[in-house]
Design a protein around this ligand. Structure first.
Ligand SMILES: C[S@@+](CC[C@H](N)C(=O)[O-])C[C@H]1O[C@@H](n2cnc3c(N)ncnc32)[C@H](O)[C@@H]1O
Length: 283
């Protein structure tokens, strides 16, 4: 559970999280439906939804022929989906095992991509070139303590006029008790900068267990997320809130098209996701 607010240093938290993410890679390789990518028309569900949301803000409605940097790319299934949509893709992640898996998948599928091992908070210095789109989706900033530094990487990676896209779990969702039999608040919405300690040997995809079960995660209220992006000089184009998640946050969630949602009578009570689309000025 993540009840314990703790004073851990970023360095120790990051090292603990990296051990955990390295362990998750073989489990996710087995559980992410990688075999479906053998069909050359297959794109991940997450990427398909994100591409539709981005389309009104992209030239010609598409990422085709654009340089796209995918932050926290994990085993590359979303990154390679963007490549299939025509983008020149660079995937960034701090997990060498995830990038090795992503590179192997790209090779098997005959898709071209660049993979960069870096902390997302150091991404600008680690990645060569600049980008038309910086993309990150589902399972992202709860792993980061410093949103101002995160937003500065994004602004630095974008070309003038470039687009930033994020979709992720809503901070209001993360304040709820995932184990309760009704919607009940449990965790602080305003994290106050403290990490939460979690200890879970399972992961959100597949049945296996990890040896390194501890993680540290940070709660970021919507105002902090939006203000970090605004503070980095990005202009907000669109903010949406959604009722469906790609993972089962609580066992009470039911399967719906596109993922999981609260039972129908509760669905309008609380958002599950947010989406932010923003542009770097100066084009
Ligand atoms: C849930 S995955 C998100 C990707 C995508 N939605 C997916 O499911 O494939 C989270 C990723 O963030 C990466 N990550 C966590 N903390 C990071 C950090 N500080 N710097 C770079 N990557 C990080 C992990 O290695 C993992 O691959």
């Amino acid at each position: 559970m993540g009840d314990k607010q703790t004073d851990i240093t970023w360095e120790l938290a990051r090292a603990t999280n990296l051990d955990n993410w390295e362990d998750r890679v073989p489990l996710h390789e087995a559980a992410y439906g990688v075999a479906a990518f053998e069909d050359p028309g297959h794109l991940s569900e997450v990427a398909r939804e994100d591409l539709m949301a981005m389309a009104p803000f992209l030239p010609g409605g598409s990422v085709a022929a654009l340089d796209v940097c995918h932050l926290q790319c994990h085993i590359g299934t979303d990154t390679l989906s963007l490549a299939r949509a025509g983008a020149r893709v660079t995937g960034v992640d701090f997990s060498p095992a995830a990038l090795e898996s992503a590179a192997g998948l790209a090779e098997r599928l005959g898709l071209s991509a660049t993979w960069v091992a870096s902390d997302v908070l150091d991404a600008r210095a680690a990645v060569a070139g600049d980008f038309d789109v910086v993309y990150t989706s589902i399972g992202t900033i709860t792993w980061l303590d410093d949103l101002h530094r995160w937003a500065a990487q994004i602004a630095g990676l974008l070309r003038a006029g470039g687009l930033f896209y994020i979709r992720d779990g809503h901070p209001s969702l993360y304040a709820l008790d995932e184990d309760a039999e009704s919607l009940q608040l449990r965790y602080p919405y305003f994290g106050g900068g403290a990490a939460q300690l979690w200890d879970e040997s399972t992961t959100y995809a597949g049945d296996g267990t990890v040896a390194h079960s501890r993680t540290y995660q940070w709660v970021h209220p919507m105002s902090d997320i939006l203000n970090a992006l605004i503070g980095a000089g990005l202009k907000l184009l669109r903010v949406d809130e959604g009722k469906t998640l790609p993972w089962r946050f609580s066992t009470r969630m039911v399967e719906v098209p596109g993922g999981f949602a609260w039972p129908e009578e509760e669905r309008d009570l609380v958002p599950c996701t947010y989406t932010i689309i923003a542009r770097k000025g100066g084009a």
